[in-house]
Write a protein that binds this ligand. Structure first.
Ligand code: AMP
Length: 269
């Protein structure tokens, strides 16, 4: 594995996995999927200041460079790119807007977050020129916005979605989980419990109530939203909606957690 700081040293036509580091098994699954798709796998680690609403969150974001290098190397990454701020954001760089979808759910609670995400990803794509790029379903709204970005910019990049990797008890892996103390770690299971309760409900209405009921039942957990939406545009799902997904977010002890799950709901409804 080559560790590079300048994008000029990267392989053209690679499979590309952008990350913010503090790597875990979720990231590893993306690297492995990338390696199945290409002999050249570029992973980037860049903690993007533009997608953090406040300075404190940015400072508190976990950083584990040595372990990141080991994990990337052992999971098929051929080029680990650690870009400089200046390469990503040269003076006068254009900021992008994520549009309407960037303003609801995650975007409503984190002003400017998705504008920062699409701005950095557009720039990363410009510098790497991958043939394919892998994103996790864990950040489902982000994945939709990246698909929109590729369409809007008319880029010839395939966007592949990778399923959410979970801990043995169901908690979605996240770099932020290391900030949970033992008590909060136990309480964090509420997201998975709420999603799972909704997924086994017989119809949309009971799925919605199960989701809300479990989400509101956990002491310590401040619910932001719990909703079943249309995967296409994140509008509220109806019985006619083809692809439904439950999305949930909230705070535990000051740590923001998000998760989501596909809702098949008996397929006939
Ligand atoms: P991040 O480093 O948090 O910006 O995430 C980098 C990529 O890894 C994004 O495409 C995420 O959606 C994905 N990712 C993060 N956590 C998981 C997970 N538990 N399972 C699958 N993909 C994940």
């Amino acid at each position: 594995m080559k560790i590079v700081t300048s994008s000029t040293e990267l392989a053209d036509g690679c499979a590309f996995v952008p990350t913010m580091g503090a790597l875990h098994a979720g990231h590893v699954s993306l690297f492995e999927l990338a390696r199945k798709k290409s002999d050249f796998v570029v992973a980037s680690i860049f903690v993007n200041p533009l997608q953090f609403e406040d300075q404190e969150e940015l400072t508190k974001y976990p950083r584990t460079p040595e372990r990141d290098i080991e994990l990337a190397e052992s999971s098929g990454v051929t080029h680990l790119w650690l870009p400089t701020y200046e390469e990503i954001y040269p003076a006068g760089f254009p900021k992008r807007s994520a549009g309407k979808l960037g303003e609801i759910f995650e975007g409503a609670s984190r002003a400017g977050h998705f504008d920062g995400v699409v701005t950095v990803v557009a720039r990363l794509f410009e510098l790497v020129r991958p043939k394919i790029s892998i994103f996790g379903e864990k950040d489902f709204q982000q994945l939709s916005l990246i698909r929109n970005l590729v369409t809007d910019l008319n880029l010839d990049i395939e966007i592949a979605a990778a399923p959410t990797i979970r801990e043995a008890d169901g908690l979605a892996m996240s770099s932020r989980n290391v900030r949970l103390d033992q008590n909060s770690r136990d309480q964090a299971l509420v997201l998975y419990r709420a999603l799972s309760a909704a997924a086994i409900a017989p119809d949309l209405m009971s799925a919605q109530s199960a989701l809300q009921e479990v989400a509101k039942s956990q002491t310590g957990f401040t619910l932001d939203y719990a909703e079943i939406v249309d995967e296409k545009d994140f509008s509220k799902a109806t019985y006619e909606t083809q692809n439904k997904r439950a999305i949930i977010a909230g705070w535990l002890n000051g740590v923001r957690l998000i998760d989501n799950m596909e809702m098949k709901l008996g397929a006939t409804r």
